[in-house]
Design a protein around this ligand. Structure first.
Ligand code: F6P
Length: 305
């Protein structure tokens, strides 16, 4: 996200547009937490995880009173356009706000879950994916040396993109994702028939048949005995220095977001599809559901044999 902030600030300044950062998202917009950003203030942040602006989930912005306060704060600083980095919830809020008040919003997709319709990649996904791959590789050393079966739970909320792509990249024996039902039978089959002395089972946190701990209890102990271990990777997936791809993606999206505003576009999300920048209306990205792709599931199953 820092790479995105940097790109927005520098692109705007080149166009002689003054830029404010709003700390803690919509909540900061309501509370008046505005800081003017110049080129120097975004120096040396492209490699840093998190966000220098920090973030917050705002209940108040859901209310008309909260949005009115936010509007007053924008107006008093003569702010006439907003770029928001976030997911569905942020874009929903932006859509409602810019219908009530005449301030255009452009969005950039920022979530590790990669579950946004209208873009092949969201900012943060590649970094989280690489963190998971690194962790699984390390866990595999123990799995292999000690003949163990590991159930590793990864983030993704209701989506299995991190789990599935990490599964392919690490050669996991099985991946369980929320988009597919009835995976218990397959898990049982894999663990009882593949004849391997060690296994990696990656479980997406939103998986319908339970998390890593309960699956390990139900299936692991039954078919693999005591050599079963559970790892929940947790918030380490959301931090750390971004990968080259995430920095690149955030940078080109940041430039595109400012360009879109200059081009009088509003209520669009900047996406990246087939290696090109695209603009997707907020209502499309909010309503659309990104498909996980049956082909990826098939690939994982073939390669995990
Ligand atoms: O949506 C991003 C995400 O990291 C999910 O993958 C995860 O379920 C959630 O946020 C964690 O949120 P929190 O930090 O509030 O526990």
């Amino acid at each position: 996200m820092n790479a995105a902030v940097r790109a927005v600030v520098r692109t705007a300044l080149v166009q002689k547009i003054q830029v404010y950062g709003i700390e803690q998202g919509y909540q900061g917009m309501i509370e008046g937490k505005f800081v003017e950003l110049d080129s120097k203030s975004v120096r040396n942040i492209i490699q840093r995880g998190g966000t220098i602006l920090r973030t917050a989930r705002s209940q108040e912005f859901r209310t008309p009173e909260g949005r009115e306060k936010a509007y007053e704060n924008l107006k008093s600083r003569e702010i006439d356009a907003v770029i928001v980095i976030g997911g569905d919830g942020s874009f929903k809020g932006a859509g409602i706000f810019s219908k009530e008040y005449d301030i255009p919003f452009v969005g950039m997709p920022g979530t590790i879950d990669n579950d946004m319709y209208g873009t092949d990649y969201t900012i943060g996904f590649d970094t989280a994916l690489n963190t998971v791959v690194e962790a699984v590789d390390k866990i595999k050393d123990t799995a292999h040396s000690h003949n163990r079966t590991f159930f590793i739970e990864v983030m993704g909320r209701d989506a299995g993109f991190i789990a599935l792509q990490a599964g392919i990249a690490t050669g996991a024996e099985m991946v369980l994702i929320p988009e597919i039902d009835g995976q218990e039978a397959r898990l049982k089959e894999v663990l009882s028939t593949n004849g391997k002395s060690s296994n990696i089972v990656i479980v997406a946190e939103g998986n319908n048949e339970g998390g890593a701990a309960s699956l390990a209890e139900t299936f692991g102990r039954k078919y693999q005995g005591h050599g079963v271990r559970v790892n929940v990777l947790g918030h380490m997936q959301r931090g750390g220095s971004p990968t080259a791809f995430d920095r690149y993606l955030a940078s080109i999206m940041g430039v595109a977001a400012v360009d879109a505003l200059i081009d009088n576009q509003r209520s669009v999300m900047i996406g990246y599809t087939n290696h090109e920048i695209v603009n997707i209306p907020f209502n499309k990205t909010i309503k659309g559901k990104r498909n996980i792709g049956a082909e990826l599931v098939r690939i994982n199953r073939i390669l995990a044999t």
